[in-house]
Ligand binder design. Structure first.
Ligand code: M6R
Length: 366
């Protein structure tokens, strides 16, 4: 049932072009310039009149929520807070009926997320679910929602669930941006066209698997790694670090690139691999200077850059190119090599990729 792949995780990484397509199929009509999602359409006024959106989730789904924050604020100009479900539920949070809560969960069974939803509902908020598992507890407990349609995810390390969650959040942000007029018709149409090209670009990226495997071989014995990104790709840095921790048991930290100088820079020496996302539009020059600071301290740089990059190439130890797209859509691409990298490191270290120690696919206890 692994479809010829050695592990479910690898199969699921490779399923992403299809999974992303399945997520927007029937919802995004790029040529007509339409996004229709019944869960959003039926509750449009609630979204449009929301004072703010509160996103609650755990783990990888929380990282997708952070990407959602950047998307909603940028495209629809709605203030967003992203909360760990476990903190939210115990914090006596301020929630009103003017809040829209979006709960994100692959399994739809995460205990903390479920409890946070119940709390938000009891305070009168409208709660929208983004789940993968159809008919799951969270899907049933929320007022409305949108499934990710990623298909079953078996590997404990979440991969296609993450990219499809981001796809759903992008569609909602685009839809609200269009409705509110915070996105011009032109820009909206461009986004739909670019979104339609994403699965093909993911496909293209998967072809560099061998190259990523070679990089994994070089760094498999590292004991600490740093992941840096900015803007839309800051959450991708967090997600890259989580993937490595979960399946290879190597300690890794994700940071917004500019925070490096406020502490983690002290860790850098010639033994420290640093994965930097440096796409061409995301504060590129600033990230380039972060890379120079790392090089000056002999850190090893593995950079994820946009095709055709020349500047980072001159200073990085390794570069991985991603195809060009809108900056807001780059997380769907930059994530892919980081998933592959963790996968290959875990395989080199002979870890149990699909069933890492101490972890469960759905955390149904507190
Ligand atoms: O099913 P959920 O999306 O609610 O799960 C949340 C986290 O437990 C989950 O994302 C976890 O962090 C994964 N193992 C990450 O790969």
């Amino acid at each position: 049932e692994k479809g010829g792949y050695d592990h479910f995780m690898l199969k699921e990484i490779y399923e992403q072009p299809k999974a992303i397509t399945d997520t927007y199929r029937g919802r995004m009509l790029a040529d007509e310039g339409i996004i229709r999602m019944s869960g959003v359409d039926d509750n449009l006024q609630k979204f449009l009149n929301a004072d703010r959106i509160i996103i609650i989730a755990c783990g990888t789904s929380w990282h997708a929520g952070l990407v959602g924050e950047y998307l909603f604020e940028d495209m629809a100009r709605i203030p967003v807070e992203v909360e760990y479900a476990s903190e939210f539920r115990y914090r006596n949070p301020i929630i009103t009926s003017k809040d829209v809560v979006i709960a994100i969960s692959q399994s739809g069974e995460t205990a903390d997320t479920l409890a946070a939803i119940k709390l938000a509902k009891s305070k009168g908020a409208f709660v929208f679910g983004v789940c993968n598992v159809v008919g799951s507890s969270i899907a049933r407990e929320t007022h409305a929602g949108a499934y990710t349609h990623a298909g079953p995810e078996i590997g404990v390390a979440s991969t296609k669930a993450f990219t499809t969650q981001i796809t759903v959040l992008s569609l909602i942000a685009l839809k609200l941006g269009e409705e509110k007029g915070t996105l011009s018709k032109n820009v909206f149409h461009t986004y739909l066209q670019r979104m339609q090209l994403i699965p093909g670009k993911v496909e293209e990226l998967l072809k560099i698997d061998k190259k990523v495997q070679e990089i994994a071989r070089v760094y498999k014995d590292a004991t600490n790694c740093l992941y840096l990104g900015r803007g839309f790709n800051f959450p991708v840095a967090l997600e890259g670090a989580l993937k490595l921790k979960e399946i290879s048991y190597i300690h890794a930290e994700g940071y917004p690139a500019a925070e490096m100088k406020h502490g983690p820079i002290a860790l850098i020496d010639e033994n420290m691999p640093i994965f930097v996302i440096a796409t061409n539009k995301g504060h590129y020059e600033k990230v380039v200077s972060n890379i120079q600071e790392i090089k000056a301290r002999s850190g090893k740089i593995i950079a994820i850059v946009t095709e055709g990059d020349t500047e980072v190439k001159k200073i990085a130890d390794h570069v991985i190119e991603i195809p060009e797209t809108e900056e807001a859509l780059t997380p769907l691409l930059t994530t892919i090599p980081l998933q592959l990298l963790s996968y290959h490191i875990a395989v080199f270290l002979e870890k149990d990729v699909d069933q890492p120690r101490n972890l469960a696919k759905a955390v149904t206890v507190e």
